[in-house]
Design a protein around this ligand. Structure first.
Ligand code: HEM
Length: 134
């Protein structure tokens, strides 16, 4: 994300690598489990989130410029297509982003890291929408 005289640092390195991504994902699903605004979003996820957490961790690590384990395991992300089985409207998008914002506030101390991640995830979450605006 920032550049020193030698090389570009990925967002993945900037926030602290795999441990930081795993902490973020834990906090994200904890928020989804507890926030009243996310109750309906939580209900369409699997009851046991172990595998969901593992996959989102791999995806976000790769998306932030870290190791490519997600694609090595699952191929091209095709995230919009993978979400077609779920109803994604403005309410679901906003609930997802609220959980992510709270999780970032909890786990990423550097405001530049939080801003870079949320700023890039917001349009991605909107692109996932497969329902017209209310
Ligand atoms: C930037 C926004 C989002 C990202 C990066 C994201 C990422 C992911 C990833 C990587 C997976 C696993 C896909 C796989 O199996 O390879 C997933 C699953 C899923 N996503 Fe999203 N997602 C986003 C937004 C949303 C939204 C807005 C909804 C609202 C409906 C949603 C609902 C789900 C559900 C229900 C699953 C299945 C999880 C399970 O089976 O427990 N996602 N998402």
């Amino acid at each position: 994300m920032t550049e020193d005289s030698e090389r570009k640092i990925t967002l993945y390195d900037f926030i602290g690598g795999m441990d930081a991504v795993a902490r973020l994902v834990e906090a994200f699903y904890r928020q989804m489990d507890t926030l009243p605004e996310a109750r309906e979003l939580r209900a369409i996820h699997a009851p046991d989130l172990t595998e969901t957490k593992r996959v989102l961790t791999l995806y976000l690590a790769q998306w932030m410029g870290g190791p490519g384990d997600y694609s090595a395991e699952r191929g091209h992300p095709r995230l919009r297509a993978r979400h077609m089985g779920f109803q994604v409207g403005e309410a679901e998008r906003d609930a997802w982003l609220l959980c992510m914002k709270r999780a970032l506030d909890e786990t990423i101390p550097d405001p530049r890291g939080r801003q870079a991640i949320l700023g890039a995830l917001a349009p991605l979450a909107d692109w996932m929408r497969n329902q017209p605006p209310a």
